[in-house]
Design a protein around this ligand. Structure first.
Ligand SMILES: N[C@@H](CCC(=O)N[C@@H](CS)C(=O)NCC(=O)O)C(=O)O
Length: 218
C-alpha cells in the first residue's frame, strides 16, 4: 500500500498514538511517520495541518485522512484482511470490539491519574481507589479474554496479536511505569506485550526523545 503516513504525538507520552502504530508494525507495511511534539506553542497549528480533529494520531493514505486511533485500526483491518487484526471467530470478534470500545470511551481515572510516560518510573503514584477499581476491571477483561479465547492459542488476548492487544498496550506501559501489582495471568500478559518487538522499538524511541512535558513528570 503506497503513500501511507501516520502522524503521532510524542512516543513517550502519546498513548493514543502507540495503538495504530503497533498495528502498522504488525502488518509490516512500509509507512512514513511524523512525530508532532505535543503541548508546545506550535503544536495545535501543526496538528491541524494533518488532522481535522486537531488531535493525533491521524493516518494519511494518499489523499484520504483517517483520524482517531480506533478508526485507523479499523481502516487497517479492512485494508489488510489477511492479518486477522480482529479475531476470525464471530463471538471473539464481538468481544474484542467490546473491550476496545470500553477502553476507548472509559477508564477516565486511569487516564487522569496514571498518564503514559514510557521512560519514567513512579512506583504506586496516583493509585486512588477509583484507579484501583479500574485496574481490577482491566485485569478482569484480560482474564476473561485469555480464558475464553486466548489460552492455548498464543500469548495475546485472543491468541494471536489483534487490535485488542494494540489497544491495551499503553495500559501495560502504564502498569510498568507505576509498578502496579498484578495477578499472575495479568503479569504474564504484560510480559508478552513488553516482549513484542514493535513495543520494544517504540520504548527505545521514547527513551531517546528529547521532549519533556512537565505536566506528565512527577
Ligand atoms: N480519541 C482520540 C484521542 C486522541 C488524543 O486525545 N490525542 C492527544 C495525544 S495522545 C492529542 O492529540 N492531544 C493534543 C491536543 O489535543 O492538542 C483517538 O483515539 O485518537
Amino acid at each position: 500500500m503506497a503513500d501511507l503516513t501516520i502522524y503521532l504525538g510524542n512516543k513517550n507520552y502519546s498513548s493514543w498514538s502507540l495503538r495504530p502504530w503497533l498495528v502498522l508494525k504488525q502488518i509490516g507495511v512500509a509507512f512514513n511517520e511524523v512525530v508532532i511534539p505535543l503541548y508546545e506553542p506550535a503544536s495545535k497549528a501543526t496538528i491541524m495541518k494533518y488532522s481535522p480533529s486537531g488531535s493525533v494520531p491521524a493516518l494519511r493514505h494518499a489523499r484520504l485522512v483517517i483520524w482517531d486511533s480506533l478508526a485507523i485500526c479499523e481502516y487497517l483491518a479492512e485494508s489488510f484482511p489477511t492479518f486477522q487484526l480482529w479475531p476470525r471467530d464471530h463471538d471473539a470478534r464481538a468481544v474484542a470490539r467490546s473491550v476496545c470500545a470500553e477502553l476507548h470511551s472509559g477508564f477516565q481515572a486511569l487516564r487522569a491519574h496514571l498518564p503514559m510516560n514510557v521512560r519514567s518510573s513512579f512506583p504506586n503514584r496516583g493509585v486512588t481507589p477509583e484507579v484501583q477499581a479500574e485496574i481490577n476491571r482491566v485485569m478482569a477483561v484480560w482474564r476473561d479474554c485469555r480464558k475464553r479465547f486466548g489460552e492455548g492459542q498464543g500469548d495475546f488476548l485472543f491468541g494471536h496479536f489483534t487490535i485488542a492487544d494494540a489497544t491495551y498496550a499503553p495500559v501495560v506501559s502504564r502498569f510498568r511505569t507505576y509498578k502496579i501489582g498484578l495477578e499472575r495471568e495479568a503479569e504474564a500478559y504484560c510480559r508478552a506485550i513488553m516482549a513484542f518487538p514493535a513495543m520494544q522499538e517504540w520504548i527505545t524511541a521514547a527513551r531517546n526523545e528529547p521532549m519533556i512535558i512537565d505536566k506528565y513528570e512527577f
